[in-house]
Ligand binder design. Structure first.
Ligand SMILES: Cc1ncc(COP(=O)(O)O)c(C=O)c1O
Length: 487
């Protein structure tokens, strides 16, 4: 018999307990207010964190206390705090207390939910929480939902399903070197997220395969332009396969006319994908259910609990009315993954590219149960009210102008100093104003471009953001305005 070395194993459970308690205490203080004392935007130069870290991993085991101290002194200063109440950039998000607890458990269990059998609860809880969400959004009963990491991946899977639904035998024969295959086309608005185009370039449609449709005066897809583009492509021998509409575009949160787009998809036999990554949450409010009008006719629909549903990143909910098409596109079962249940249960590996799947549903379940639908609604309403109040302030201010409607919790605006008239100078001034406010350490917001103009963008979505934070943002903007104007 071979003599075995001593069993090395994991760290001592008592050491885990000690550091676990220390860490949970720190997290509780961090969430309870400590994060507010840290600069929201990391105040480090490129390479600064890396320069403080050794080039190789330690040869010998290190005391976890040392690792903890290095986290505090080296890593933490290089963190931009998305969980800060002053984080108003991109889309405001929250790693909420209950979500963090769910995430901790999911790491502890460390299950891989690739098959029903490899952890039945991971699959069944995922299907149940996605059904709870579906009911909350009043989407149809036959929408099948599963979780992916991000909206980008959800959209990639959806466009792959659309390609499969077009019956071009791409699953078997691929796309390269096929003279029988026309150029495929996916339509989306010029306000859509870049993830639509990324899906197309990944799937071999190329960027030429994405037709961007112009927006109307409210940044919504222009449906007449969509109709004309489809007709033109058909006339040129191309093959339209899908339209990707957006509910809550990235820049202005505009909502495409999904019902009209669904009519076009029905008459043209095109797959309708809806990207509601951020704004889907709003439809949990009975008074904002209108946001999803027409989405019940979508073939696929994505919405991110890790955006505006207080769930730690990552968690993206992908729904489809046509789960069999996703299976047709993706299911491939080698012998070692067959089980006595194959074919009679849902094996979530069949619905996408990845095999290994985290137990993401736990954190979402924790969030839904800790806040309840009522608590979630109160929080969404609060954010919408804060945004409305901020928009009102912009509208009344003589030196700011609002650049887009405010359907949810994002406000796009710009400063218009009286002495500036040149468009480039106005853009530069606004970029400087943004950097001036962001240098404060208490507020961090980002920008976009709307109709070629730089637009500043305040996105409210963090659970800790209060009316005082938005008031301090207004104050910093005022101060920045007078400071930069009197140079
Ligand atoms: C409308 C929209 N869709 C998709 C995405 C991509 O989301 P993810 O980071 O989950 O891929 C974003 C990101 O902000 C977005 O705004």
């Amino acid at each position: 018999m071979t003599e075995l070395p001593t069993h090395p194993g994991d760290i001592d459970p008592e050491i885990f307990r000690k550091h676990g308690y220390q860490m949970v205490d720190w997290i509780a203080d961090f969430l309870g207010g400590g994060v507010r004392d840290l600069p929201v935007l990391a105040q480090v130069e490129p390479g600064e964190v890396k320069a403080k870290l050794p080039q190789s991993m330690p040869e010998k085991p290190e005391d976890l206390e040392l690792v903890w101290q290095d986290f505090l002194s080296t890593v933490l200063p290089g963190v931009t705090h998305w969980n800060h109440p002053g984080f108003l950039a991109y889309f405001g998000i929250t790693g909420s207390g209950p979500g963090i607890l769910g995430e901790l458990l999911s790491a502890a269990l460390n299950v891989n939910g690739m098959l029903w059998r490899t952890s039945p609860a991971a699959t069944e809880l995922e299907l149940v929480v996605l059904d709870w969400l579906r009911r909350g959004l009043e989407l149809p009963d036959d929408f099948f939902g599963h979780l992916t990491d991000t909206a980008s991946v959800s959209t990639l899977l959806a466009i792959a399903a659309a390609r499969e639904a077009a019956d071009l035998d791409i699953r078997e024969r691929g796309m390269a070197g096929r003279s029988d295959l026309p150029a495929l086309r996916v339509y989306t608005s010029d306000q859509a997220h870049s993830s639509i185009a990324k899906a197309c370039l990944t799937l071999g449609l190329g960027l030429d395969g994405v037709r961007t449709i112009r927006h109307d005066e409210d940044f919504r897809m222009d449906v007449e332009a969509l109709r004309a583009a489809i007709a033109e492509d058909r006339a040129n021998g191309h093959k339209p396969i899908a339209v990707a509409a957006t509910v809550g575009t990235t820049s202005t949160t505009s909502v495409d006319p999904v019902a009209e787009i669904a009519d076009i998809c029905a008459s043209e036999d095109l797959w309708l994908h809806v990207d509601a990554a951020y704004a889907g949450s709003a439809a949990l409010l009975p008074e904002r259910r209108d946001a999803l009008a027409g989405c019940e006719r979508a073939d696929s629909f994505v919405f991110n609990p890790h955006k505006w549903l207080f769930t730690p990143i990552d968690a993206s909910a992908l729904y489809t009315r046509r789960p069999e098409v996703f299976r047709r596109a993706f299911s491939l079962v080698p012998e070692y993954l067959t089980t006595p249940h194959t074919g009679s249960v849902v094996d979530l590996m069949d619905y996408g590219v990845q095999l290994g799947r985290r137990f993401r549903a736990l954190k979402l379940w924790w969030v839904m149960r800790a806040f309840g639908l009522e608590g979630i609604r109160d929080r969404l309403r609060f954010h919408i009210a804060l945004a409305a109040e901020f928009a009102e302030w912009i509208d009344q201010h003589p030196l700011f102008e609002r650049l887009a409607p405010v359907p949810f919790s994002v406000v796009c605006f710009r400063a218009m100093p009286a002495d500036l008239h040149d468009p480039e100078e106005i853009d530069n001034f606004n970029m400087e104003l943004m950097e001036h406010v962001n240098a404060s350490g208490s507020i961090y917001f980002s920008h976009t471009k709307l109709n070629e103009k730089v637009a500043l963008r305040i996105a409210i979505g963090n659970l800790k953001t209060t009316a005082d934070d938005i008031a301090s943002c207004r104050e910093l903007l005022e101060k920045g305005l007078s400071c930069l104007s009197t140079r």
